[in-house]
Design a protein around this ligand. Sequence first.
Ligand code: SF4
Length: 338
Amino acid sequence: MINEAFFYSSRGGHQVRCLLCPHECLLKDGQTGVCRVRRNDGGRLVTDVFGRLSAISIDPVEKKPLYHFYPGRPILSVGSVGCNMRCVFCQNYTISQCYPDEFSRFRDFSPGALIQLAQQTPDNIGLAYTYNEPVTFYEFMLETAMEIRRAGMKNVVVSNGYINPEPLDRILPLIDAFNIDLKAFNETFYRKQTRSKLAPVLKTLQKIACSGTHLEITNLVVPRLNDRPDEFSEMVDWIASELGKHVPLHLSRYFPQYQLTLPPTSGQKLEELYLIARQKLDFVYIGNMGTEDRANTHCPHCGKILIRRDRYDVELSGISASGHCSQCNQLVIPNMGN
Ligand code: SF4
């Protein structure tokens, strides 16, 4: 399916400028943008991935990761191909860093067919747009999200946050929860390691937080590239002051992938950064490490363990169905989903 894209302007001589993300690619006839999936087709910007899914799976919502949104529940999850960043350490490069023509295992779905599947999936809370960068399949995500909302289900977006304000404004009211990658707190890192910019990602985070939509953040800790304690501390200060100390931060362990051969992040480094973050933020988690206690949710008021996690096994032993701590009765997780 080839569909006309949203958010572009015609520039004369069959050129178009895509306005979906801050790259704002200027494309001659036949050219494709940085994301590899939006193309100038005779003076019309088209998307080559409408309804073309590279992956579809039922995942625990914790896998997004979202720890404070319907904990313990499954969510139907979909992705396509393409990305508007070029991270040298991409952990999903086989689908994010390829052209649609290079991928041979697409499954085609209309939004309606996907809604049906979401409704038929037992205990499913809705649909997660994830795996590759969902901004690059924006039109399909928007149309599907409208139908998911109409069906009374939840929309979840897992994204790098590299999107222009206007398209974000259009989709924001339809989304129930975001996990946004904040890859570093350093413009040079973003420019060199991801071929993008930090400032627009910070704007996206502020906009989501201001809207009141549920937000969690993931920071992939890469040895030597973004693990300096002083820079990390600045990032945590910014999260606490601009977004709120209640916003959960997931520290994720890097493994060598794609173009980067540095060794995996050490447990010691993750622990060091965890302790820095905990001084300012109520909820900090370590992922991909097997350190169970750093995956548990503690009450920020009395310290009781509210949710125990062992990989994707979730035990809601210390929290009520309404999200209150069973010991001190403070409301900790408003989005329990009960
Ligand atoms: S969405 Fe793709 S084509 Fe559009 S500006 Fe971003 S990278 Fe360029």
